[in-house]
Ligand binder design. Structure first.
Ligand code: GFB
Length: 320
């Protein structure tokens, strides 16, 4: 695989960045990437030109407009348009250019709000979606189904991976638009530095989420693109979840914050539980390797390093 020309779409994002790091670590020589200034994946003609010129042999589609519960709920038009356009243009251009293999990345929010737990792949489209991220989920379902149908009709090996909630280096620490883990790391860190007596956590604290380190996901992606007959879509997670209230206490401990924690129940909870059934990917020979507490500590160190280097807090996905 590493001798092939591999295009990683979305290499500036957390997932694409982790995939490129891993590929380079494995000695890959032909990793193709394109900045948004040179290739806007929302513009079909540009994408077709790029594929015709670069002729990748494998495409890893990690480009996405992403955000946490607030961003998804606030910018649904941008989430559905950008994600649908990027997926549709890339999948179709890859097919037209004769790319034999493409891996599309989605998210476990494609599954129904009240899916059976742990969520099997077969739960897709069996009941209504969670409303806070319906726009994003619909775009990801469309991408996954495009891959399935192109594989079925054209015989190309286009398939998908559905990761659970992610964390790790390169995350977005925006106070409102980020996901819960980076949001809490930053909020608890700032509360510690400013010696604030109370930190507010959104929602009831009762929802449960599962967290996968992005380096584990990168390993899973490179494992999946080497399978001869991969599933059309497969969950990638740990199979272990944690209540948001317990997560808040764990983050406080890792950061070293000793004040109070309160819950703002005027903020949405989103899906009550979202734990993946990972038996399908385990049967193919992949397992997560990074222990959550260790990964969390490393992520906090990475956040601190970013602060030392004076990195800007990433813009809201809607503004970026
Ligand atoms: O990570 P998160 O924004 O996304 O929120 P989802 C997870 C849970 O953490 C929710 C709570 O119950 C939030 O109410 N939470 C507590 C917070 N404090 C905070 C905070 O400060 N910031 C945030 N963001 N949440 C996303 C989807 O859903 O999951 C995306 O919106 C994507 O489409 C992603 O699928 C994986 O897990 O609810």
């Amino acid at each position: 695989m590493i001798e092939k020309r591999i295009f990683v779409a979305g290499h500036r994002g957390m997932v694409g960045g982790a995939v490129v790091r891993r590929l380079k670590g494995l000695g890959a020589q032909s990793v193709l990437t394109a900045d948004r200034s040179t290739l806007d994946l929302c513009r079909q003609a540009d994408v077709e030109r790029y594929f015709a010129a670069e002729r990748p042999e494998i495409v890893i589609f990690a480009a996405a407009k992403v955000g946490g519960i607030h961003a998804n709920h606030t910018y649904p038009a941008q989430f559905i348009y950008d994600n649908l356009a990027m997926a549709s243009n890339t999948i179709h251009a890859a097919y037209q250019a004769g790319v034999p293999r493409l891996l599309f990345l989605g998210s476990t929010c494609i599954y129904p709000r009240l899916a059976p737990q742990p969520i099997p792949e077969s739960a897709l489209l069996t009941s209504p979606l969670e409303t806070t991220n319906e726009a994003y989920a619909l775009a990801k379902i469309a991408g996954l189904k495009m891959c399935q149908f192109y594989r079925q009709q054209y015989g190309v090996l286009f398939h998908s991976a559905m990761p659970t909630n992610l964390y790790g280096p390169g995350d977005n620490y925006h106070p409102q638009d980020s996901h819960v883990l980076p949001a809490l790391l930053r909020r608890f860190h700032e509360a510690k530095v400013q010696q604030l007596p109370v930190v507010t956590v959104w929602g009831s604290g009762r929802p449960r989420r599962e967290f996968l380190h992005v380096d584990d996901l990168a390993a899973a992606i490179l494992h999946l693109v080497q399978l001869d007959n991969p599933p059309d879509w497969v969950n990638v997670g740990t199979g272990v979840d944690i209540a948001i209230a317990d997560l808040a206490h764990l983050v406080a401990e890792v950061v070293g914050y000793t004040g109070q924690i309160e819950f703002d129940t005027s903020k949405p909870d989103g899906t009550p539980v979202k734990r993946t059934d990972i038996s399908l990917i385990q049967q193919t020979g992949w397992n997560p390797q990074i222990d959550f507490r260790t990964g969390l500590q490393q992520t906090y160190e990475d956040f601190l390093q970013g602060q030392v280097r004076g990195l800007e807090i990433p813009l809201s996905p809607a503004l970026a």
